[in-house]
Design a protein. Structure first.
Length: 259
C-alpha cells in the first residue's frame, strides 16, 4: 500500500490554473523527483502537500487520511515535512538549537514545568539534547553543534535545514531544490547524503531539483511538469528519452541542463 496518494490535485489563483490534475502514488522509501521549467508549478505542489495552499480540487491522502484542509503544523505532526528553496534557518541560533526547535511540536512539557524545571522536564530536555547530537553525528555535523547557523558554509546550511526536518521524525521528506547554488563537489556530497537518509531513516522523499546530473542517478521515478500539467512520468532512463520532455525542458541534452 502506498504511503501517499495524491489524486486530481489542481489549484487556481484567480483565472490562472497553476497546477492541473496532478497525481502521485508514493511508495514507502521511494524517491520521486519533480522537474520542469521555472513556473511549471513544482513549488506550488509542495505548498499544497504541506498545507500552505489548499487545493481547489483533489485529495491528498496520507496512510488513509485525507489531509486537505489541515494546517501546515498538522501536516508536519502527521509526518510530512519539507525544506525550502530559500534556506530558512534561525541564523543567530546555534546548529544544535536550530535542530532542537523542530522537536517542539512533539513536546509534552507545559509552561509550569518549564518555569519550575521539574525533574521530568529536566529529563526530557536531556533526552532531547542527546537526540539532537545523535542526529548531528549521523549527518556529520556534530563538530559544528555550537556554531551559529549564519557562520556555516552554504552547503552545511543546506545540510542543517535537512537535519531540522528529520528531527520531526517524518514519514515523507520534501526537498525543494536541495542543491541550488552548490558547486560540483557539494552536489556529490548532497547526493550521498540523500542516499544515506533513505537508508538510515527509512523515509520517502519527493524532491524538486533542476540539476539533472544530480537527479538522474538517485531518483526512482521522475515526474515532468510544464505549465502546471504532467507531461511525462517514469524512470530516469525513460523520461530523458521522452520527446515531450526533450522539447519542453531538456533541450535535447539533459547532461548539460542546469535551468
Amino acid at each position: 500500500m502506498s504511503i501517499l496518494e495524491v489524486s486530481n490535485l489542481s489549484i487556481r489563483f484567480g483565472g490562472l490554473l497553476a497546477v492541473d490534475d496532478f497525481n502521485l502514488s508514493l511508495e514507502r522509501n521511494e524517491l520521486v523527483a519533480v522537474i520542469g521549467p521555472n513556473g511549471a508549478g513544482k513549488t506550488t505542489i509542495f505548498n499544497m502537500l504541506t498545507g500552505i495552499y489548499r487545493p481547489t480540487t483533489g485529495t491528498i491522502t496520507l496512510e488513509g487520511e485525507n489531509m486537505v484542509g489541515l494546517k501546515p503544523y498538522q501536516f508536519a505532526q502527521r509526518g510530512i515535512t519539507r525544506t525550502f528553496q530559500n534556506i530558512r534557518l534561525f541564523s543567530n541560533a546555534s546548529v544544535a538549537d536550530n535542530v532542537k526547535m523542530a522537536a517542539t511540536m512533539h513536546t509534552t512539557d507545559n509552561l509550569a514545568q518549564c518555569l519550575l524545571r521539574t525533574p521530568k522536564m529536566v529529563r526530557n530536555e536531556r533526552a532531547l539534547d542527546e537526540k539532537v547530537m545523535r542526529l548531528l553525528e549521523r549527518l556529520n555535523m556534530a563538530d559544528k553543534a555550537n556554531l551559529l547557523a549564519k557562520n556555516l558554509p552554504y552547503g552545511d546550511q543546506r545540510r542543517l535545514e535537512i537535519a531540522r526536518a528529520l528531527m520531526t521524525d517524518p514519514k515523507i521528506l520534501l526537498l525543494d531544490e536541495p542543491v541550488a547554488g552548490m558547486i560540483t563537489t557539494e552536489l556529490e556530497e548532497m547526493a550521498q547524503l540523500v542516499k544515506q537518509i533513505r537508508e538510515d531513516f527509512d523515509v520517502s522523499i519527493i524532491m524538486i531539483e533542476h540539476h539533472m546530473n544530480f537527479v538522474m542517478p538517485i531518483a526512482d521515478r521522475i515526474k515532468v511538469l510544464d505549465f502546471g500539467k504532467t507531461i511525462a512520468e517514469g524512470t530516469p532512463e525513460v523520461v530523458q528519452k521522452d520527446p515531450k520532455v526533450i522539447e519542453a525542458y531538456l533541450g535535447g541534452a539533459y547532461q548539460n541542463v542546469d535551468a
